[in-house]
Design a protein around this ligand. Structure first.
Ligand SMILES: *[C@@H]1O[C@H](CO)[C@@H](O)[C@H](O)[C@H]1NC(C)=O
Ligand SMILES: *[C@@H]1O[C@H](CO)[C@@H](O)[C@H](O)[C@H]1NC(C)=O
Ligand SMILES: *[C@@H]1O[C@H](CO)[C@@H](O)[C@H](O)[C@H]1NC(C)=O
Ligand SMILES: *[C@@H]1O[C@H](CO)[C@@H](O)[C@H](O)[C@H]1NC(C)=O
Ligand SMILES: *[C@@H]1O[C@H](CO)[C@@H](O)[C@H](O)[C@H]1NC(C)=O
Ligand SMILES: *[C@@H]1O[C@H](CO)[C@@H](O)[C@H](O)[C@H]1NC(C)=O
Ligand SMILES: *[C@@H]1O[C@H](CO)[C@@H](O)[C@H](O)[C@H]1NC(C)=O
Ligand SMILES: *[C@@H]1O[C@H](CO)[C@@H](O)[C@H](O)[C@H]1NC(C)=O
Length: 210
């Protein structure tokens, strides 16, 4: 009898351990959303043909998300354009999208993040999803580039479902970003707890207009 009880206790406690283990590795996301937007800062010398190839998206699809841009020749450096992409739950851990990028001579992870992806990601975040030594990045190979995204947060507000991944630039702050997005500043901060909108770098998630 005693040993049967011991065995039962042992069984129950191992079950408990299993349950605890399950909770500690609980997935942080379950699903993503079909659409998120990347707020791309158009640098001097870039153009829609280039941007569409970086994001594997057609020019008409990009223009559809930018009603203020009448055609592909009227994009201006120093402004931003929204690039649509699908936002997925990656490794059950975070929301993002993996882009494939073909390396060119002189590329580094840092440079790819800053120029080709206009600070929508950073060198470290690219490095963790690639096998190549960052100091010896081969030429003309495909690498992974992860861009984070958001599908909203029902605990903050149910009214917003479409979000821009928005790289902050020097000179911006909470009120200027709020002003540009049309969303109240207080709401923007609650969607991005802990983010410093005056930091001049890093990404935040901003509800998209419309
Ligand atoms: C578009 O931009 C890319 C990258 O800067 C450049 O290599 C290409 O020549 C540009 N194309 C046109 C038509 O300006
Ligand atoms: C690029 O887009 C096409 C068409 O949507 C898709 O079939 C293809 O898998 C995409 N390529 C990559 C690398 O995501
Ligand atoms: C990305 O950030 C770096 C440094 O913060 C800056 O020099 C660069 O111009 C930014 N890239 C774009 C496209 O704005
Ligand atoms: C993307 O999200 C992950 C997980 O929250 C975070 O560790 C990483 O720093 C983020 N990347 C960027 C470029 O902000
Ligand atoms: C890109 O990511 C995939 C999936 O995680 C991985 O199998 C592949 O090796 C990565 N590519 C590089 C160049 O590291
Ligand atoms: C925020 O930025 C705007 C525009 O760059 C500027 O006019 C304003 O003074 C800034 N506000 C604060 C509180 O720094
Ligand atoms: C808010 O936007 C308006 C028009 O877009 C602009 O005139 C004003 O300077 C902006 N204010 C701030 C603080 O950025
Ligand atoms: C936000 O970043 C700016 C620029 O780096 C800095 O001056 C400011 O003190 C930071 N604010 C907070 C609350 O950390």
């Amino acid at each position: 009898m005693a040993s049967k009880r011991k065995r039962l206790i042992l069984l129950l406690s191992s079950c408990l351990v299993l349950v605890l283990l399950c909770f500690s590795v609980e997935a942080k996301c379950r699903s993503g959303c079909d659409l998120a937007l990347a707020s791309y800062y158009i640098w001097e010398g870039s153009n829609l043909t280039y941007i569409s190839s970086i994001f594997n998206q057609t020019i008409p699809e990009i223009l559809r998300q930018n009603p203020h841009v009448p055609n592909q020749d009227s994009i201006h450096s120093g402004t931003r354009i929204n690039i649509p992409f699908s936002c997925e739950c990656l490794t059950g851990d975070f929301l993002g999208h993996n882009f494939e990028y073909l390396t060119q001579g002189g590329d580094t992870y840092e440079k790819i993040a800053r120029i080709a992806f206009a600070n929508l990601t950073n060198g470290n975040w690219i490095q963790v999803v690639n096998i190549y030594d960052p100091t010896r990045l081969p030429n003309s190979v495909f690498i992974n580039v992860t861009v984070n995204c958001s599908c909203g947060d029902s605990r903050v507000s149910e009214d917003y479902g479409l979000f821009e991944t928005y790289p902050l630039r020097p000179g911006e702050n909470l009120s200027s970003v709020a002003n540009a997005s049309g969303a109240p500043a207080e709401l923007l901060q609650r969607f991005n707890p802990g983010s410093n909108f005056s930091a001049g770098s890093g990404i935040v998630f901003v509800p998209a207009k419309g």
